[in-house]
Design a protein around this ligand. Structure first.
Ligand code: SAH
Ligand code: DHB
Ligand code: MG
Length: 236
Protein backbone atom coordinates (compact mmCIF):
# COMPACT_ATOMS: atom_id res chain seq x y z
CA UNK A 1 0.00 0.00 0.00
CA UNK A 2 1.26 3.46 -0.85
CA UNK A 3 1.90 5.65 2.19
CA UNK A 4 -0.50 8.55 2.58
CA UNK A 5 1.25 11.59 1.13
CA UNK A 6 1.96 14.16 3.81
CA UNK A 7 2.89 17.74 3.31
CA UNK A 8 6.36 18.47 4.71
CA UNK A 9 6.19 21.11 7.38
CA UNK A 10 8.18 22.30 10.33
CA UNK A 11 7.57 20.47 13.61
CA UNK A 12 4.55 21.62 15.56
CA UNK A 13 5.13 23.28 18.93
CA UNK A 14 4.14 20.17 20.87
CA UNK A 15 6.47 17.91 18.88
CA UNK A 16 9.52 19.84 20.06
CA UNK A 17 8.29 20.25 23.60
CA UNK A 18 7.08 23.83 23.46
CA UNK A 19 3.47 23.19 24.29
CA UNK A 20 0.98 25.27 22.38
CA UNK A 21 1.64 28.85 21.27
CA UNK A 22 -0.50 31.29 23.29
CA UNK A 23 -3.18 33.14 21.34
CA UNK A 24 -3.36 36.97 21.42
CA UNK A 25 -6.55 36.78 23.50
CA UNK A 26 -4.85 34.62 26.09
CA UNK A 27 -1.81 36.90 26.20
CA UNK A 28 -4.05 39.96 26.74
CA UNK A 29 -5.84 38.17 29.56
CA UNK A 30 -2.58 37.29 31.32
CA UNK A 31 -1.17 40.78 30.83
CA UNK A 32 -4.22 42.22 32.58
CA UNK A 33 -3.85 39.65 35.33
CA UNK A 34 -0.11 39.78 36.02
CA UNK A 35 1.47 42.82 34.43
CA UNK A 36 -0.59 45.69 35.76
CA UNK A 37 1.26 48.98 35.59
CA UNK A 38 0.56 51.59 38.13
CA UNK A 39 -0.99 54.74 36.60
CA UNK A 40 2.33 56.63 36.76
CA UNK A 41 4.29 54.05 34.78
CA UNK A 42 1.44 53.79 32.31
CA UNK A 43 1.40 57.54 31.85
CA UNK A 44 5.18 57.62 31.34
CA UNK A 45 4.91 54.92 28.65
CA UNK A 46 1.89 56.37 26.90
CA UNK A 47 3.35 59.88 26.80
CA UNK A 48 6.57 58.82 25.00
CA UNK A 49 5.28 59.85 21.53
CA UNK A 50 3.90 63.13 22.92
CA UNK A 51 7.45 63.87 24.15
CA UNK A 52 8.59 63.52 20.54
CA UNK A 53 10.40 60.22 21.21
CA UNK A 54 9.91 56.94 19.33
CA UNK A 55 7.47 54.45 20.95
CA UNK A 56 10.10 51.74 21.37
CA UNK A 57 10.16 51.20 25.11
CA UNK A 58 9.52 47.78 26.54
CA UNK A 59 5.91 47.06 27.49
CA UNK A 60 4.35 46.21 30.86
CA UNK A 61 5.02 42.47 30.50
CA UNK A 62 8.74 43.06 30.05
CA UNK A 63 8.60 45.62 32.85
CA UNK A 64 7.19 42.94 35.13
CA UNK A 65 9.97 40.58 34.01
CA UNK A 66 12.65 43.16 34.82
CA UNK A 67 11.07 43.63 38.26
CA UNK A 68 11.19 39.86 38.72
CA UNK A 69 14.79 39.46 37.58
CA UNK A 70 16.11 42.33 39.71
CA UNK A 71 14.43 40.93 42.81
CA UNK A 72 15.30 37.29 42.00
CA UNK A 73 19.02 38.08 42.02
CA UNK A 74 18.71 40.42 44.99
CA UNK A 75 20.17 43.27 43.00
CA UNK A 76 21.13 46.48 44.74
CA UNK A 77 23.27 47.89 41.92
CA UNK A 78 21.93 47.92 38.38
CA UNK A 79 23.12 49.09 34.99
CA UNK A 80 20.97 49.94 31.96
CA UNK A 81 22.26 50.64 28.46
CA UNK A 82 19.63 52.63 26.51
CA UNK A 83 17.41 54.86 28.68
CA UNK A 84 14.96 56.41 26.17
CA UNK A 85 12.28 58.02 28.39
CA UNK A 86 13.11 56.07 31.54
CA UNK A 87 10.22 53.60 31.34
CA UNK A 88 12.26 50.39 31.71
CA UNK A 89 14.57 52.22 34.09
CA UNK A 90 11.64 53.10 36.34
CA UNK A 91 10.70 49.41 36.56
CA UNK A 92 14.29 48.48 37.43
CA UNK A 93 14.77 51.29 39.95
CA UNK A 94 11.49 50.53 41.70
CA UNK A 95 12.56 46.89 42.06
CA UNK A 96 15.77 47.91 43.84
CA UNK A 97 15.79 48.08 47.65
CA UNK A 98 16.07 51.43 49.48
CA UNK A 99 19.61 52.68 48.93
CA UNK A 100 19.84 50.81 45.63
CA UNK A 101 21.32 52.47 42.56
CA UNK A 102 20.61 52.33 38.82
CA UNK A 103 23.12 53.78 36.39
CA UNK A 104 21.40 54.26 33.03
CA UNK A 105 23.24 55.23 29.82
CA UNK A 106 21.80 57.37 27.03
CA UNK A 107 23.33 59.08 24.01
CA UNK A 108 20.45 61.46 23.16
CA UNK A 109 20.20 64.64 25.29
CA UNK A 110 16.46 64.97 24.69
CA UNK A 111 15.90 61.39 25.93
CA UNK A 112 18.05 62.03 28.99
CA UNK A 113 16.06 65.18 29.78
CA UNK A 114 12.69 63.43 29.47
CA UNK A 115 13.97 60.44 31.43
CA UNK A 116 15.21 62.55 34.35
CA UNK A 117 11.77 64.09 34.69
CA UNK A 118 10.07 60.71 34.41
CA UNK A 119 12.31 59.26 37.12
CA UNK A 120 11.01 62.05 39.38
CA UNK A 121 7.41 61.22 38.45
CA UNK A 122 8.08 57.54 39.22
CA UNK A 123 9.55 58.53 42.59
CA UNK A 124 12.95 56.97 41.91
CA UNK A 125 15.08 60.05 41.20
CA UNK A 126 17.11 59.36 44.36
CA UNK A 127 18.08 55.91 43.06
CA UNK A 128 18.94 56.74 39.43
CA UNK A 129 21.93 58.34 37.73
CA UNK A 130 21.44 59.18 34.04
CA UNK A 131 24.74 59.28 32.11
CA UNK A 132 24.61 61.24 28.88
CA UNK A 133 26.99 60.10 26.13
CA UNK A 134 27.91 57.13 23.93
CA UNK A 135 27.51 54.06 26.13
CA UNK A 136 30.87 52.56 25.21
CA UNK A 137 32.60 55.67 26.56
CA UNK A 138 30.46 55.81 29.70
CA UNK A 139 31.01 52.10 30.41
CA UNK A 140 34.76 52.56 30.52
CA UNK A 141 34.30 55.28 33.13
CA UNK A 142 31.70 53.26 35.07
CA UNK A 143 34.13 50.43 35.75
CA UNK A 144 34.86 52.28 38.99
CA UNK A 145 31.25 51.60 40.11
CA UNK A 146 31.51 47.81 39.56
CA UNK A 147 30.51 45.22 40.53
CA UNK A 148 26.90 45.37 39.36
CA UNK A 149 24.23 42.77 40.14
CA UNK A 150 22.01 43.34 37.11
CA UNK A 151 22.50 44.72 33.59
CA UNK A 152 19.79 45.48 31.01
CA UNK A 153 21.04 45.95 27.45
CA UNK A 154 18.59 47.81 25.17
CA UNK A 155 20.52 50.35 23.05
CA UNK A 156 21.93 50.23 19.49
CA UNK A 157 21.87 46.60 18.32
CA UNK A 158 25.21 46.53 16.40
CA UNK A 159 27.01 47.25 19.67
CA UNK A 160 25.36 44.43 21.65
CA UNK A 161 28.50 42.22 21.56
CA UNK A 162 30.56 45.11 22.99
CA UNK A 163 27.91 45.81 25.63
CA UNK A 164 27.93 42.14 26.57
CA UNK A 165 31.71 42.16 26.99
CA UNK A 166 31.31 45.10 29.41
CA UNK A 167 28.45 43.38 31.23
CA UNK A 168 30.59 40.28 31.70
CA UNK A 169 33.37 42.46 33.06
CA UNK A 170 31.18 44.52 35.40
CA UNK A 171 28.77 41.87 36.77
CA UNK A 172 29.43 39.96 39.98
CA UNK A 173 29.28 36.16 39.90
CA UNK A 174 25.57 35.27 40.01
CA UNK A 175 24.63 38.63 38.49
CA UNK A 176 22.12 38.69 35.64
CA UNK A 177 22.31 40.23 32.18
CA UNK A 178 19.17 40.70 30.07
CA UNK A 179 19.10 41.85 26.44
CA UNK A 180 15.95 43.19 24.74
CA UNK A 181 15.12 42.65 21.05
CA UNK A 182 17.08 39.41 20.96
CA UNK A 183 14.82 38.18 18.10
CA UNK A 184 16.08 41.23 16.18
CA UNK A 185 12.59 42.34 15.19
CA UNK A 186 11.79 38.82 13.95
CA UNK A 187 14.78 38.83 11.58
CA UNK A 188 17.43 37.01 13.63
CA UNK A 189 17.21 33.81 11.56
CA UNK A 190 17.14 35.45 8.11
CA UNK A 191 19.88 36.11 5.59
CA UNK A 192 21.14 39.66 6.03
CA UNK A 193 20.09 40.42 2.43
CA UNK A 194 16.48 39.51 3.35
CA UNK A 195 16.39 41.38 6.66
CA UNK A 196 16.03 44.95 5.41
CA UNK A 197 17.09 47.56 7.97
CA UNK A 198 17.95 44.84 10.47
CA UNK A 199 20.48 43.24 8.10
CA UNK A 200 23.60 44.96 9.41
CA UNK A 201 22.76 43.98 13.01
CA UNK A 202 22.16 40.27 12.35
CA UNK A 203 25.76 39.17 12.82
CA UNK A 204 26.04 41.33 15.93
CA UNK A 205 22.90 39.91 17.55
CA UNK A 206 24.01 36.34 16.77
CA UNK A 207 27.42 37.08 18.27
CA UNK A 208 25.69 38.51 21.35
CA UNK A 209 23.63 35.33 21.78
CA UNK A 210 26.62 33.11 21.21
CA UNK A 211 28.47 35.12 23.88
CA UNK A 212 25.62 34.46 26.31
CA UNK A 213 25.99 30.72 25.70
CA UNK A 214 29.71 30.71 26.53
CA UNK A 215 29.89 28.46 29.63
CA UNK A 216 33.15 29.95 30.94
CA UNK A 217 31.45 33.35 31.27
CA UNK A 218 27.76 32.57 31.82
CA UNK A 219 26.59 29.56 33.82
CA UNK A 220 23.05 29.65 32.37
CA UNK A 221 21.36 31.31 29.42
CA UNK A 222 17.76 31.35 28.22
CA UNK A 223 15.48 33.16 25.81
CA UNK A 224 12.35 34.50 27.45
CA UNK A 225 9.90 34.46 24.55
CA UNK A 226 8.46 37.94 24.79
CA UNK A 227 7.37 39.42 21.48
CA UNK A 228 10.83 40.93 21.00
CA UNK A 229 12.81 38.17 22.74
CA UNK A 230 14.44 38.85 26.09
CA UNK A 231 17.72 36.94 26.30
CA UNK A 232 18.96 36.37 29.85
CA UNK A 233 22.08 34.86 31.38
CA UNK A 234 23.72 34.40 34.77
CA UNK A 235 27.34 35.49 35.21
CA UNK A 236 29.52 32.58 36.27
N1 SAH B 1 15.19 50.83 27.58
C1 SAH B 1 14.21 51.78 27.07
C2 SAH B 1 14.20 51.83 25.56
C3 SAH B 1 15.55 52.11 24.94
S1 SAH B 1 15.42 52.49 23.22
C4 SAH B 1 12.84 51.37 27.55
O1 SAH B 1 12.49 50.20 27.33
O2 SAH B 1 12.12 52.18 28.15
C5 SAH B 1 17.12 52.59 22.81
C6 SAH B 1 17.81 53.83 23.38
O3 SAH B 1 19.21 53.65 23.19
C7 SAH B 1 17.43 55.13 22.66
O4 SAH B 1 17.00 56.08 23.59
C8 SAH B 1 18.74 55.55 22.01
O5 SAH B 1 18.92 56.96 21.97
C9 SAH B 1 19.78 54.90 22.90
N2 SAH B 1 21.08 54.70 22.27
C10 SAH B 1 21.33 54.36 20.97
N3 SAH B 1 22.65 54.27 20.75
C11 SAH B 1 23.26 54.54 21.94
C12 SAH B 1 24.62 54.61 22.37
N4 SAH B 1 25.64 54.37 21.52
N5 SAH B 1 24.87 54.92 23.65
C13 SAH B 1 23.85 55.15 24.52
N6 SAH B 1 22.56 55.10 24.18
C14 SAH B 1 22.27 54.80 22.90
C1 DHB C 1 13.98 49.73 18.39
C2 DHB C 1 14.79 49.64 19.51
C3 DHB C 1 14.35 48.94 20.61
O1 DHB C 1 15.13 48.80 21.71
C4 DHB C 1 13.11 48.34 20.62
O2 DHB C 1 12.75 47.64 21.74
C5 DHB C 1 12.28 48.45 19.51
C6 DHB C 1 12.72 49.16 18.40
C7 DHB C 1 14.45 50.46 17.19
O3 DHB C 1 15.60 50.94 17.22
O4 DHB C 1 13.69 50.56 16.24
MG1 MG D 1 14.30 47.38 23.11
Amino acid sequence: MKPTPTRRRSPRHAEIGRGRAPTPGLLDFVTRLLSREDPTLRRIRERIPAEGLPPISIGPDEGRLLDFLVKACGAGRALEIGTLAGYSGSWIARALPPGGRLHTLEIDPRCAQVARRNFQLAGVEGKVVVHLGPALETLAALAAEAPFDFCFIDADKPNYPHYLAWAARLLRPGGIVAGDNAYLFGKLHLKASKAGDAGPAIEAMREFLSGLTTPETFSSCAMIPTGEGLAVAVRR
